[in-house]
Ligand binder design. Structure first.
Ligand code: TXA
Ligand code: MG
Length: 326
């Protein structure tokens, strides 16, 4: 499962030449480019169909590269790095003046992360030996607005066979990193993830606020024109399941065995029963959405998940998928 010596070497040659390489991280697969090469970074935006004002996360081999990219780093940020890197945490910090606008979306801050996957770390270490800045910019390796890939096969299905994809198995976490903005007076969570507010509180002494740009939860109703996956999704209404005929082409994303059992007579492949525990649910979520997307259903119904802090990362991703944004 670990790429060969030759594959790592080839990946570094491609990155150094300004080409793209997809690689596994513990969260999701990333679509990587030399973060100090604007032409290479531009290829990420083109491959994803992503608007150029969306900032990218720069992946580093270790925290001793951080001051090369960021300045005025506050103590809480160092403490978070110490506790959670390598791992599924991205820190937003004040950028060094040289960091390209294409990386930061023209902002004065940069997102940095040392990922916890051995293949990502090996790639980053080897790349940094050949590149003075040592950063690989990598968004999730999916088309813009679609479900993030958690296997190498997902990446190939999204972005084509031409792209080099380093193999690293299924991502352990399965949803994108927690993003904490440390460029402000007080740290704020911009994207909930596997590292929950309670984990951050153990280090910071308080749980940061969650401040996502997504707005209020979308309960049901009409969907915008684009959403991830391709098949429309909406929340299952109470009592709705019993009234549904299996012939109407519905799929179900459930976490209650009793609910899934009531849809057991539906066509094969139309039901995904995820674990009723948020970490395991997150690990399986994107693969389940991809599978249901391919099931031929016209709509994916989602069982409402608990409105509890431990579910905040899952609820955030479901809300985005339901709203059709990314
Ligand atoms: O787990 C992850 O973070 C994955 C893996 C590949 O590392 N990457 C990922 O990248 O999810 P992407 O591009 O799909 O999401 C990056 C997020 C975006 O929501 C972006 O707005 C935010 O990070 N971001 C990056 N730089 C930022 C900055 N300077 N200020 C605010 N948000 C930033
Ligand atoms: Mg993404």
């Amino acid at each position: 499962m670990i790429p060969s010596e030759t594959e790592f070497a080839q990946a570094v040659v491609l990155l150094t030449a300004g080409e793209l390489v997809a690689f596994p991280t513990e969260t999701v697969y990333g679509l990587g480019a030399d973060a100090s090469n604007a032409d290479a970074v531009a290829k990420i935006f083109a491959a994803k169909g992503r608007p150029a004002d969306h900032p990218l996360i720069v992946h580093l081999p270790a925290d001793d590269w951080v001051e090369h990219w960021a300045q005025s780093i506050p103590d809480p940020a160092w403490e978070l790095m110490e506790s959670f890197w390598p791992g599924p945490l991205t820190l937003i910090l004040k950028k060094q003046p040289w960091v390209p606008d294409l990386i930061t979306g023209g902002q004065q801050t940069v997102g940095l992360r040392v990922p916890g996957h051995p293949v990502a770390l090996e790639l980053l270490r080897r790349f940094a030996q050949r590149n003075a800045q040592g950063g690989i910019a990598a968004p999730s390796a999916n088309r813009f607005g679609r479900v993030s890939p958690t296997t190498a096969a997902h990446v190939r299905a999204e972005l084509g066979e031409q792209l080099m994809v380093l193999e690293g198995g299924a991502c352990a976490v399965g949803i994108e990193s927690t993003i904490v903005d440390c460029s402000r007076q007080e740290p704020v969570i911009l994207r909930p993830g596997h590292i929950a507010p309670a984990h951050l509180a153990e280090v910071l002494g308080f749980a940061p606020e969650i401040e996502t740009a997504e707005g209020a939860p979308r309960v049901s109703g009409s969907l915008p024109a684009h959403y991830a996956p391709n098949t429309p999704m909406r929340l299952l209404r109470p009592g709705e399941l019993d009234a549904l005929s299996p012939s109407v082409g519905t799929a179900l994303l459930a976490h209650s065995p009793a609910l899934a059992a009531r849809a057991a007579h539906w066509p094969a492949g139309r039901i995904k029963l995820l674990p009723a525990e948020p970490v395991a649910y997150a690990h399986n979520l994107y693969a389940a959405l991809r599978a249901l997307d391919k099931s031929g259903a016209e709509i994916i119904l989602v069982e409402l998940t608990p409105d509890a802090p431990a579910w905040s990362a899952v609820n955030d991703r479901l809300r985005r998928a339901l709203a059709g944004s990314n």
